[in-house]
Design a binder for this molecule. Structure first.
Ligand SMILES: [Fe+2]
Length: 199
């Protein structure tokens, strides 16, 4: 028997300069925090804070590179919301998707043993409710290491979670949501749409 992996999915990775990342970590660790279900998020959004303008300019460059690679039919991808997360020792973040968003990103501010797990239902378990698999495991999982300066850009509807932080240090990230703007689609396919830049 030969097992064949078909139709793989893609996400994108970029790398931020280590020194910039160190400065960002210092800034972010001083933010005010709001409790989430199992970790914390920054009390205020970061995309409205001029301190982080330079970072959002870089996010914007990365998003355009993704847009161009995927040949998305829109003029721009713009960050519409960004925030920091803090996951202390013993905390985690359960599986979720990002609503009101098309493309999302995670920037890791330091190395940490707590990793991001992306998941997707596999086709063998889809479209029926039969208990054909042990523990009803019908998801493929991908583990992504938390490493300093790594930025991941992925579809907002891709479920992901954060495993329990067993490190003494809190795990800090900056996350964002992005939306397409400008001319979308194609009039010749009767699907064109003009969206103003979202903020
Ligand atoms: Fe998330």
């Amino acid at each position: 028997m030969k097992k064949k992996l078909i139709l793989p999915e893609v996400i994108f990775e970029f790398q931020l300069d280590e020194n910039i990342c160190t400065t960002l970590l210092e800034d972010v660790s001083k933010l005010e925090w709001t409790p989430n279900q199992h970790n914390f998020y920054s009390k205020n959004s970061l995309n409205k804070d001029p301190t982080y303008d330079f970072l959002h300019e870089w996010f914007h460059e990365c998003l355009q590179a993704v847009k161009n690679d995927l040949q998305m039919q829109c003029e721009e991808l713009n960050v519409v919301l960004s925030w920091a997360t803090k996951t202390e020792n013993g905390q985690f973040h359960n599986s979720h998707t990002h609503r009101n968003s098309v493309v999302s990103g995670i920037l890791y501010l330091q190395d940490n043993m707590s990793h991001t797990w992306f998941s997707r239902a596999h086709m063998w378990g889809k479209g029926h409710n039969l208990s054909l698999f042990p523990n009803d495991e019908t998801e493929m999982q991908h583990e992504e290491e938390t490493s300093k300066g790594k930025l991941l850009i992925f579809p907002s509807m891709l479920p992901h979670r954060v495993s329990c932080n067993s490190d003494d240090d809190a795990r800090y990230t900056i996350a964002f949501n992005a939306f397409p703007s400008g001319q979308l689609g194609d009039y010749s396919c009767l699907n064109s749409l003009h969206l103003k830049k979202m903020t």
